[in-house]
Design a protein around this ligand. Structure first.
Ligand SMILES: *[C@@H]1O[C@H](CO)[C@@H](O)[C@H](O)[C@H]1NC(C)=O
Length: 256
C-alpha cells in the first residue's frame, strides 16, 4: 500500500517535471512573421580579438564626459566590467579601469548608477554548457543581482535568473528579466539604502533579453519567444538552419 502510494507520488512528480520543462522550452508555440516596416541589418565594427562585450550602460559625468560600462567575457569565459571614457574630439574610447569581483559570477547586463557604481545581473552560475543544462533542468539557478558601490559589491538577489536589467528614468524602479520564467520583475530600488524590494511581476509569455527605457518611460525589449529554438541557435551559431525567432515588444506602464 505504502509502496503504491509512493509510486503514484513519484509518477505525479515526474509528469509535472516533464510538463513544466516542455512548457519552459516553448514546445507548444508557433511564431508568425509580423513587421511594422522594413528590417535592415546594421553592420557593426570588427571587435578586437579577445574582447567579447555583452551588457552595456553609460553615465554622463559632471564634466559632460560619457563613461561607458561594459560587461566583458574573455575567450576562456572569465568575466569583468570594463570602464571606458569616450573622447568626443578624437572619437576614441579611453580605458579607465577593469573591475573583477567574485560576485560577477556570469554577468549579463549592467546599469551605471554613478561615475563608479553600477548594478549588474548574473544570468546563472554554471560556466560550462553541460553545467548550464543541469542548472536549467534542475531549476537551482545561481544568478541574481549585484550592486557595486565603487569599492565593493553587495548581493541584492540570489538564486535567480536575471538577464536584462534597466532602471526607470527617475532611477527608482529596476526592471529585471527573469528569462527562464518568461516574466519581468519590477522592483523598487533605493541606492542610498542599497535595498531592492519587489513590487510586481509581469508575465510576458516570451523570454525577454535586454531592455531600453526611452525618454517617455516606455520599455523596449528584444525577446526570444521559443526557448528551445534560441538555445539550439546558441549551441551552434554558425548553422543558419538553427535560428531562434525573435520579437520586439514595447511596454507602457500604468501610473503606480
Ligand atoms: C570608497 O573608498 C574610498 C577610499 O577609502 C572612500 O573615500 C569612499 O567614500 C568609498 N566609497 C563608498 C561608496 O563606500
Amino acid at each position: 500500500m505504502l509502496l503504491k502510494a509512493l509510486f503514484v507520488l513519484l509518477l505525479g512528480l515526474s509528469v509535472q517535471f516533464v510538463f513544466k520543462t516542455l512548457l519552459m522550452m516553448d514546445i507548444n508555440k508557433r511564431v508568425y512573421n509580423h513587421r511594422p516596416g522594413e528590417c535592415r541589418k546594421v553592420e557593426g565594427p570588427k571587435d578586437e580579438e579577445g574582447f567579447y562585450p555583452h551588457g552595456l550602460s553609460h553615465w554622463v559625468m559632471n564634466d559632460g564626459t560619457i563613461r561607458l560600462f561594459v560587461v566583458v567575457h574573455s575567450k576562456t569565459f572569465k568575466h569583468s566590467v570594463v570602464i571606458l571614457d569616450y573622447d568626443d574630439r578624437k572619437q576614441h574610447l579611453n580605458h579607465v579601469k577593469t573591475i573583477r569581483d567574485d560576485t560577477f559570477i556570469r554577468p549579463n547586463d549592467i546599469v551605471a548608477t554613478g561615475e563608479n557604481s553600477f548594478l549588474l545581473s548574473n544570468d546563472g552560475g554554471a560556466q560550462t554548457e553541460l553545467g548550464n543544462m543541469w542548472e536549467v533542468i534542475s531549476g537551482f539557478y545561481r544568478g541574481g543581482i549585484v550592486y557595486f558601490d565603487g569599492n565593493k559589491s553587495h548581493y541584492l538577489m540570489e538564486n535567480h535568473v536575471a538577464n536584462g536589467i534597466s532602471l526607470s528614468r527617475d532611477g527608482n524602479t529596476l526592471f529585471v528579466s527573469h528569462i527562464n520564467q518568461e516574466t519581468i520583475g519590477v522592483y523598487s530600488w533605493n541606492q542610498e539604502k542599497i535595498s531592492l524590494k519587489k513590487i510586481s511581476e509581469i508575465e510576458t509569455l516570451t523570454g525577454c533579453d535586454n531592455f531600453y527605457i526611452d525618454k517617455d518611460n516606455h520599455m523596449w525589449t528584444g525577446c526570444h519567444p521559443v526557448t528551445k529554438d534560441v538555445l539550439a541557435h546558441f549551441g551552434n551559431r554558425s548553422d543558419p538552419s538553427l535560428y531562434g525567432p525573435s520579437q520586439v515588444l514595447r511596454i507602457t506602464f500604468s501610473k503606480g
